[in-house]
Design a protein around this ligand. Structure first.
Ligand code: 1DX
Length: 188
């Protein structure tokens, strides 16, 4: 994945846990010799997975918990790192944004040809819930998608509930999420 992704992990860890913990995570991931991640360089996915595994050990959280937190963080991180316009152009509400995720990735892919974008498909039920299909060349990122959805909820000031209803890991063919949003999703 592009270095931007690893930089975002670094920023999240440094902000929430400090630079010393980050240094330990980098060493544990066998990346001690690396001075920095270049935003526009494509790194092997393995680098990202090693960082998540090392952070998991160092912070005493599961890899899924870290991916969830990272998904949420990604929305605000990219908004402040030059991609606010990309996010703005994708939608003004949560359901509209989710409808246009493939368009967003197509747009990003024009500028960054080594992007390997996932693909999303929405089935809208009523004005308050939808099913979201997620397909990716990558494996193991479903927990990040759940975090992304919560990050979008925060961006649009919309309460969200996410339930994974099918999982590629469990042989269901693809990942499927049922999403409730708006007043229906606020804790009662
Ligand atoms: F719901 O791959 C909301 O490297 C969502 O299965 C989901 O292949 C927002 F400059 C610049 C660059 C760079 C901008 F080239 C990416 F570096 C992209 C910014 C999307 C904001 C996908 C990142 C592929 C890297 C992937 C989970 C899951 C998508 C990460 C989140 C807004 C982005 O993103 C999977 C790669 C951007 C850029 C956004 C992504 C790669 C998303 C979302 N993806 C690179």
């Amino acid at each position: 994945m592009y270095g931007l992704v690893n930089r975002a992990i670094q920023q999240m860890v440094c902000t929430h846990h400090g630079v010393d913990i980050w240094q330990r995570i980098k060493e544990k991931a066998n990346l001690a010799d690396l001075d920095f991640f270049s935003t526009y360089q494509a790194y092997p996915d393995d680098v990202t997975h090693r960082l998540v595994a090392a952070a998991s050990e160092e912070l005493g959280l599961t890899a899924a918990e870290i991916m969830h937190a990272f998904g949420e963080y990604w929305i605000t991180y990219t908004a402040t790192e030059g991609y606010e316009q990309l996010l703005e152009s994708t939608g003004e509400t949560l359901p509209e944004f989710l409808d246009h995720l493939d368009t967003m990735h197509a747009r990003a892919g024009l500028a960054f040809p080594q992007l390997q974008p996932p693909s999303f498909r929405c089935r809208h039920a009523d004005g308050r819930s939808l099913d979201l299909e997620y397909r990716s060349r990558r494996q193991g990122l479903a927990p990040m998608v759940v975090g992304l959805l919560h990050g979008l909820g925060r961006r649009f000031s919309t309460p969200v509930q996410v339930e994974q209803t099918a999982s590629r890991d469990h042989g269901d063919g693809q990942d499927l999420f049922h999403i409730r949003y708006g007043e229906d999703a606020s804790p009662s």
